[in-house]
Design a protein around this ligand. Structure first.
Ligand SMILES: C[S@@+](CC[C@H](N)C(=O)[O-])C[C@H]1O[C@@H](n2cnc3c(N)ncnc32)[C@H](O)[C@@H]1O
Length: 300
């Protein structure tokens, strides 16, 4: 297993309760409009990568099987407390850099507000591409450095970095903004085709939220998401991607039911735990205690 790059630590964070308060109702609503427009409402197996406490879980209720995965075990415990009553949900603590899944495991993949924490974007996108079915869909959000506010601040010399420069900017440690052209190039390089783009949260300003209210502002955002996408001046961009058609194994050959692969040696793992653990053929053991599949540290 190759070493993971630096990873942000949300363990024990109050993100789910403090960030998503009333002040961000507009962003939450605008993101939901974009996801509903892009994600098929029904399907087989879906994963939300970097799902946090499962904020978006209600959007996945049309799926047969839903995996909520996050690096921070404490956020996945919150997700389990929220969605654990539904037997279709599974809760996984794991690192995006070493995904514990077999190839072509998922029909739909969602990743929202996560890539801005990722140092090695090509490696992360490559991993996602590998676990997606050939006919799968990937709903992906990234933070856009070429947004209107950044352009205005740069023009007024209140910001040193150029929003037009293609390179990602790490404006705070492990927080990156990306140029839309650069990100689209990364997606294409790992084999994704971009089917649709949306500009989201264009009106992220307290005065506008107060003036119009979150619901009305999000409705306007929703109408403009597609027509404004070519301009790409919103702080958040959503893209809908599918894998290029050259994925090696034809879909019929894939074993249905197989989901997990050992993150240490890539051997497949049984779908069901025994004695609160999953064990691979090479003897690596992973805890499934308390309803959390924990692929961060193997059991001794
Ligand atoms: C800003 S939160 C977003 C949570 C959720 N997607 C949402 O929109 O409400 C970012 C999440 O990404 C997770 N994350 C960051 N790096 C990760 C990695 N390498 N592997 C898995 N999750 C990661 C963090 O633990 C955190 O829960």
């Amino acid at each position: 297993m190759t070493q993971s790059p630096r990873v942000i630590d949300y363990e024990g964070s109050t993100y789910s309760t403090e960030f998503w308060t009333g002040a961000r109702e507009y962003e939450d609503r605008a993101e939901r409009i974009a996801i509903r427009a892009m994600l098929p409402p029904k399907g087989g197996r879906l994963i939300d990568i970097g799902a946090g406490a499962g904020r978006l879980g209600d959007l996945y209720l049309g799926y047969d099987e839903v995996i909520l995965m996050d690096y921070a075990r404490s956020t996945i415990v919150e997700a389990r407390d929220r969605w654990g009553h539904d037997p279709r949900f599974k809760f996984v603590a794991a690192d995006l850099y070493t995904l514990p899944f077999v190839e072509a495991a998922f029909d739909s993949i969602v990743m929202i507000r996560v890539i801005h924490h990722i140092v090695d974007v090509p490696r992360a996108l490559h991993n996602i591409h590998a676990v997606m079915k050939p006919a799968g869909l990937f709903v992906f959000e990234f933070a856009n450095k070429r947004n209107l506010k950044a352009i205005a601040r740069y023009a007024a010399r209140k910001q040193t970095w150029s929003p037009f420069d293609q390179k990602p900017i790490e404006f705070v440690e492990l927080n990156f903004d990306f140029h839309p052209d650069w990100m689209k190039q990364q997606l294409r390089q790992v084999g994704f085709t971009i089917r649709q783009a949306r500009s989201v949260s264009t009106f992220r300003a307290s005065a506008l939220k107060r003036l119009l209210g979150a619901k009305r502002l999000a409705a306007i955002d929703g109408v403009l998401q597609r027509p404004c996408a070519p301009l790409a001046i919103s702080p958040s961009m959503f893209v809908l991607c599918s894998p290029a058609l050259d994925k090696s194994r034809p879909q019929e050959e894939m074993l249905e039911g197989e989901v997990f692969a050992c993150p240490t040696c890539r051997a497949s793992l049984p779908a069901q735990p025994a004695n609160d653990e999953l064990r691979c053929a090479n003897g690596h053991r992973w805890s499934t205690r308390e309803g959390i599949y924990d692929f961060k540290t193997p059991l001794e």
